[in-house]
Design a binder for this molecule. Structure first.
Ligand SMILES: [Fe+2]
Ligand SMILES: [Fe+2]
Length: 349
């Protein structure tokens, strides 16, 4: 990553990138941050980078664009958007400073009743996504986990407490798969499904926090590419992958703020109603109910996300799978209920 002095990239028109070059920000030690969650005319809390494609090396290089303390200018945002760039990148190691910035600036947006819904959602999604990137890229110490759990709970209680944020979810879910955006999607969908079923706030919260943290065990399996679909894994990768539910449980069990319901979601979110799942092979009667709900929400989100090897399914195609070949795994009681939720005003209107 380029860490040289600022290059002035934001002071001139940026070329539109012609080729879409894939890169994995986590491998470069950076995390994306939407331009929309930064407050114009306020100082930047950390150094900001932009990805620039270098013809010579045919690679993306993270280039320092603005330094900590510089005033964030609307003109920069407009130039970046014109060049089809909607994100800045920040170093994961600077995550704590960004979180503090969110708390002092973005928190205000969420507290304002008249702030646009799209803005509120963008802030909450960015905060949650960044929190997970810091968690996965960090040292996984109990202290770090404790901080991440508290931030996840904070985001979830804001979502649970605002009657608007969990509406019209079809417009909000991220479609490009990463374990981070997937976890935020599962959290939001799980909470909305719980609300649809008339659950009380504590169970809706458990679905939200459990959804956010359900795949956290993957952070202990760095040898497995996070984006690799299970059906394309080697037998060795698959057997490691299958440990992630148990590993997640072990990571979170010592953290006092994590409830028993959340632990059960993390441990059992791959169990199937017909007993064919893992880690324990429990059947529908024995699987904790909230874990069954996250199982179905998780599968739906994977099906409706773009993956390198296949296009995203539409919601109705995914619903057909849930009611067809996948019904034994998800259960004839819960799968139709989830499909009814997909057709409900909370999801679509
Ligand atoms: Fe999982
Ligand atoms: Fe998942």
């Amino acid at each position: 990553m380029t860490t040289s002095k600022k290059t002035g990239v934001l002071d001139r028109e940026l070329g539109r990138s012609r080729a879409r070059v894939g890169f994995n920000p986590s491998q470069m030690g950076v995390a994306p941050l939407s331009l929309d969650v930064l407050v114009p005319d306020e100082p930047l809390p950390v150094d900001f980078y932009v990805p620039i494609y270098r013809q010579e090396s045919k690679r993306i290089e993270m280039t320092l664009a603005a330094e900590r303390g510089e005033i964030y200018q609307k003109a920069w945002r407009d130039r970046l958007k014109k060049a089809n760039q909607t994100k800045f990148f920040v170093r994961i190691e600077d995550g704590e400073a960004i979180n503090a910035y969110f708390e002092s600036n973005a928190g205000n947006i969420l507290d304002k009743h008249n702030a646009p819904l799209s803005k509120k959602r963008a802030v909450i999604k960015e905060m949650s996504d960044l929190n997970l990137r810091i968690l996965f890229g960090g040292d996984l110490s109990p202290k770090a986990l404790d901080n991440s759990v508290k931030r996840a709970q904070d985001a979830v209680s804001r979502m649970a407490g605002d009657p608007q944020i969990l509406t019209k979810l079809v417009d909000v879910l991220s479609v490009d798969y990463s374990v981070y955006s997937h976890s935020v999607n599962v959290s939001m969908l799980g909470m909305a499904f719980g609300k649809h079923l008339g659950f009380d706030e504590s169970r809706v919260m458990a679905l939200g926090v459990g959804g956010m943290l359900h795949d956290v065990g993957m952070a202990k399996l760095p040898g497995i590419p996070l984006e690799k679909p299970e059906d394309q894994m080697t037998p060795r990768e698959r057997s490691l992958f299958r440990q992630h539910a148990k590993l997640g449980y072990k990571m979170l069990a010592p953290i006092g703020a994590v409830s028993y319901d959340v632990l059960m979601i993390v441990q059992h979110h791959h169990e199937n109603a017909d007993g064919s799942g893992f880690p324990t092979g429990l059947n529908a009667a024995k699987i904790p109910h909230l874990a069954r709900m996250v199982r179905i929400v998780d599968a739906y989100d994977v099906m409706t996300s773009h993956r390198p090897h296949r296009p995203a399914m539409t919601p109705s195609q995914a619903a057909a799978v849930l009611l067809g070949e996948a019904m034994p795994a998800f259960g004839s009681d819960l799968a139709p209920e989830f499909v009814r939720f997909l057709g409900s005003p909370a999801f679509t209107l």
